[in-house]
Each structure stands twice: as C-alpha cells, then as structure tokens.
Write a new protein. Structure first.
Length: 627
C-alpha cells in the first residue's frame, strides 16, 4: 500500500511519468505515497540527477492527490478515480521549473527558481489546468483551461431552481444534477513567470503549446536531425495498423523493410546519424525492444529485448531515460545505453521494497480454440515445489510491468501468492473482426458484440489456460476464482453466465444488464445501443440470457463479492437483488466518494484485506495447506 509512485496510471508510449531538463542532466517528477492510517497521500516535487550519483532533491510538496475526471458521451466531469497527473515543464534555459498542484476546489501553477532556490505560486484557477508549456524564448508561461465550465455550472445551478428536464446531460450513476457539456472550449493564456501577471498572447505562443504541425500526417512519433527526419505512422487506415518507421534524408526516402521497423512507438536521432527506436513485439506486444539503425546501412541492430515495461522514454545524450517496471519491482527510472542496450538505475523511489521475496513469476503464452494467441503471468508461492495443487485466482486485464493488483489495483498479486494462492495475471486476449478494416470504432465495437464474439474469444483463452494448468497439476480446477474491474468485470460475469469453470468471483464493478442501461443515462445508453446492445426490453430477451448474470438461466451459483464505488454501485443493484433472492452467497460493499477506480488509501487497504480474507475462506485455502 505504501509504495511510492510517480506518473500516471498508464504504461503507454505517450505517458509522461517524468520530464527531462533541456540539458538532459536532471529529471523532474511528482512523487506520491499513500498513508492508509490517515487516509491521505504524501506528495513531493523532485529533481533527480540523471547521472545517478547524487541524491534526488525535494523542491516542494506536490499538492493533494485528486481523482481525475474525463469528458465522454458529450458531457464532462465523469468520475475516473485515477490520480490526476501533475503537469511539469522546464523553462528552455533550465533556470525555472513550472508545475501544477491540484486541490479539491482549485488548480494552481507554481514555479521554482533554481538560481534563488525558491518556489512561488503564480496562478490559482477554479478549473483544471489541462496543458502547460513555456514560450520559445522562455519569457512567458502558457497554459490552457476551460473557464467556460464555471459559467456552465452556474447556469445548471440556476436551472435547478425550476427543476431539471431529464436528458442526455444526466449521469445518474453519480449525480442527480446534469453534467456540464464536453464541448466547453479550451482557452489559451500566458502569464509572466516572475509575477503571475497575464501577458499578451502571440501567434508563436500558440504554436509552442501545439508544436506538432511539422510532423507528417497521422505520425505518432517524430524526430529531426539536420535534414534527416524519422517518423512512425500507420501503414493504412485500419484500426489495427501498426506504426511503420519512415525515414527521409533531404528529399530522399530511405525505406526500412525489416520486420523490426513495424510497431514503432518512439524514436530518437543520435548525433552521428544513428536512429534509435523503441517498439512493441511478441505476442500481443508483450515485449519491449530497442533498436539502433543507420539508415541506408545494414539492418537494424537489436539493443534490448525484454518483458519489462519501459515507457515515457526521453533522450539524454547517448542514453535513453525511461520509467521502468519489472514484474517484481515497482516503477523506477533507468537509462538505456544507445550503444549497447545496457541499463543502469537512475532513481529507485522504493529501495526497501523486498523484490527478492516475491513469488515465482512464469510468463505464459498460449492460443485459444480459434488460434488467437495471448499471454499472462503465473505467480506462485515462493516456497511452492509442485507438491500440491493450488487454488487459482485470475486477476485481469493487463499484465505488463509491475504485477501489483491488476487493472484498478484491487487484487494484490504478490500478497495473494504469499498467502498460498496461484495467481494468473491475465492479459486481455486481442480480438479482430473478420473484416480487415472496420470503418471506425463504432463499427469495430458493433462487430465485437455480434454473438458476443469478443467475450467468447476471451473466455476461450481463459478456458484453455485453466485446462492447461490443470493438466500440469499446478491448480485445483474445483477452486478457481475470477476477479475483475471494468472490462475485466464484464469478462467475469460473462464467464459466470456461460460456463461452470469458476467456484468464486469478486467484482470491482457490476454488472451488465438491462437495469444498467436504465440507470446510466441517455448518453451512455446511446453509446451501448450503437455497439449492438438491445434498444428496448422486447429486443433484449435473448441477448441478456447470454450477456447478463442476472438473466442467465443455467448459471452455477457461486460465492460472489462486489466491492463497488459510490459513483457506480447503482449498476449492481438489480444483479445483487436477483442473485440474493436466488440464494447465491453474495456480499456487497460500497465505498463513498470514489470514482471508477478507487483512490482513497483507507478504502484500498480495506479492499486488499477483504479480498484476501474472502478468497481464503471461499477457496478453502486453510484446507489446501493441510493437504
């Protein structure tokens, strides 16, 4: 629970867990640590020398840890629950560091002056600061926000005096008041970094906030060195088209036809004209690879290939600085040599984490009945010697980087293994429709729902690996629990409704069904209907018999635990009532002031402990220790 974290929740190529100084000699980041006893977080803004020979320095506290929200379905302010990520920016000369602080009622911009060793608050805003950059000359700090949200909220409050007309602005799961619209415009402003006074905005300032205009169309990564440019862009318009490496030197295109040149996520030029690039490879992108290539000469040379997650990478001389997570070590900073791919640790915020005491981790790859390959990580008790069958807990639905608690972080994998469980950290099986190029996301989602094609694909993978672990005599097939949050919870309930593989289940969100659509509001309902969900009660009878646990006629009653957020627990009510009345052993807990992902440290600790104890009881773990 008290692991020190930095950066956002994702591991994507566009993640920004830290920011390098202009000279590459230091990284700045916001560190946070949960304090369950006080239900708070301790935060700090740190500067870390990339040489790794000098300790990190604390510049300031980092403000509060506030739950992020999102804008979707035409409305804003939807409760995500993940920590809102601070924005940190170095001035072009490296003298100043600007950073945001977030509080429950405001956002602030602070600036640290390295010459004077002081930090000062320069701006207070009652709406989120969504983007921040320095002007090219470093004389102004630029930022974007949506000040129109303040007026929109006042209009809604006034409207409430006469009653609200129910329409697509409502998000009934978390509020009885309409949400502000998602199209409130972004407004760009500039301030003086010394005084905080508003400055006149120039045309060049807008370009500094959005500097990607020179990039080729649809490019996802771009680098320039003199007259040489390199970029990654999808090879076609398909939703699943991998990023392909393109290089141009002056007017001449230099083709890269090697397999290594696909799936490229990031790239950097070295001064001598060598291009270093990062890509995902292996089964469903399970590997991270770095290559070096001199365009026009030989083939790309593999520098590093690993199952570790390296992300948010930035160039620093002859090294690439990245955030890294391994299966048994939390997030830390490393430098990857652009010459030979060797790695060195720059900063480990958790030097006391006992990685050496972790359970046995085995990377597994397998194919389902349709031949679709996927992967996962099997974690076994450290003292396990293959002398008995273990109860299995399936944790979903991404298995990259540190094996902490699955997506949503509610199922502590190492703690479960230490208590005697086998744990499968399952990476969601990829699904592609039979057509090569779905016309946009809407068509892709609709195709995925035809006869529940996507869910059946995932269930086939789970069935295959459970049977394999049974054949290998690792697990007891009569004691298999499935857990899940969000998409993982849908996988879990579909599995419970359509198989008898599982003897227990825990859901962090619940549950698919007609009542879910009724309670979610018009915008959310419209989205699901476009996907292929039934538009009314009469059209949904056969659909829900397969897709809803509450409507499934042959579902095997198993112990079920629901641990829901206050912003979503209403989605669980119909399923809870139906299953309880049928005699299922079911427990239901609601955590106040939480979004889609739970944020409060005391809640997270309670969830961890309850999940371990509940699984211990219902999978008869104490009995298995005696066998």
């Amino acid at each position: 629970m008290r692991i020190r974290d930095f950066g956002g929740a994702g591991l994507g190529a566009r993640s920004e867990p830290f920011v390098l100084s202009p000279d590459g000699r230091a990284a700045a980041l916001q560190l946070r640590q949960a304090e369950p006893s006080s239900n708070t977080y301790c935060t700090a803004v740190l500067v870390v020398p990339t040489a790794g020979t000098v300790n990190a320095r604390v510049l300031d506290d980092g403000g509060e840890v506030i739950a992020a929200t999102s804008s979707r379905y035409g409305i804003s302010g939807l409760p995500l629950g993940i920590p809102k990520q601070a924005i940190i920016r170095w001035s072009p000369d490296g003298r100043f560091l600007a950073y945001t602080k977030f509080f429950s009622d405001r956002s602030e911009i602070w600036i640290h002056d390295f010459a004077r060793h002081v930090s000062r608050r320069n701006l207070v805003s009652d709406v989120d600061i969504e983007r921040m950059e320095w002007s090219v000359d470093g004389r102004k700090l630029l930022y974007e926000s949506r000040p129109g949200l303040t007026a929109a909220r006042k209009v809604i409050a006034t409207e409430g005096l006469g009653g609200f007309r129910f329409d697509s602005r409502f998000w009934p799961l978390s509020s009885d008041v309409p949400m502000p619209p998602a199209d409130s415009p972004l407004v760009t402003r500039a301030i003086d970094p010394s005084s905080g006074a508003e400055e006149t905005l120039q045309e060049a300032d807008k370009a500094a906030l959005h500097p990607n205009d020179e990039r080729p169309a649809r490019s996802t990564a771009f680098a320039r060195l003199g007259d040489a440019t390199a970029w990654s862009a999808p090879s076609d318009d398909g939703l699943f088209s991998a990023g392909r490496l393109h290089v141009q030197v002056g007017p001449k295109a230099v083709p890269c036809t090697y397999e290594a040149c696909s799936g490229v996520a990031n790239l950097w030029w070295q001064p001598q004209g060598t291009l270093v690039f990062q890509r995902r490879a292996g089964v469903d992108g399970s590997l991270t690879q770095f290559y070096a290539w001199t365009p026009g000469r030989d083939r790309p040379r593999l520098l590093l290939g690993t199952t570790d997650a390296l992300f948010g990478c930035r160039e620093s001389g002859e090294e690439i600085v990245c955030a890294q997570e391994t299966s048994v070590t939390p997030r830390h900073l490393v430098a990857v040599s652009a010459r030979d791919g060797s790695r060195r640790i720059i900063f480990d915020p958790n030097p006391d984490y006992p990685a050496a005491e972790a359970g046995i981790v085995r990377r597994l790859e397998w194919a389902n009945s349709a031949g679709v390959k996927t992967y996962g990580d099997l974690v076994l008790p450290r003292q396990y010697r293959g002398d008995r069958r273990l109860p299995l807990v399936i944790v979903q639905y991404e298995s990259r980087g540190f094996l902490r608690g699955g997506t949503g972080d509610e199922y502590p994998i190492q703690a479960l293994a230490a208590n005697g469980f086998a744990v499968l950290s399952f990476n969601r099986t990829p699904w592609q429709p039979n057509v090569d190029h779905p016309v946009g996301e809407d068509e892709y989602l609709r195709l995925s729902m035809e006869d529940f094609a996507d869910r059946r694909n995932i269930l086939s993978s789970l069935t295959a690996i459970i049977r394999q672990l049974d054949r290998d005599r690792v697990i007891d097939p009569a004691r298999v629990a499935i857990t899940g949050q969000s998409d993982g919870a849908v996988t879990a309930t579909f599995a419970l409704a359509n198989t008898r593989l599982f003897s227990a289940a825990i859901l962090s969100t619940c549950c698919e069904g007609e009542a879910m659509l009724q309670q979610s509001g018009e915008s959310y309902d419209d989205f699901y209907v476009r996907m292929g969900y039934p538009a009314n009660h009469a059209a949904g009878r056969e659909f829900w018999r397969q897709g809803s646990l509450a409507e499934a006629e042959g579902a095997k009653p198993v112990p079920l635990l629901i641990q829901a957020a206050s912003s979503e627990f209403r989605m669980s009510l119909a399923t809870y009532r139906e299953l309880k009345r049928r005699g299922w052993p079911i427990e239901f807990y609601v955590y106040p002031d939480e979004g889609h992902v739970k944020l409060h440290p005391s809640h997270r600790l309670a969830i961890y402990n309850r999940n371990i104890d509940w699984l211990d009881h219902h999978l008869d773990l104490s009995g298995s220790r005696k066998r």
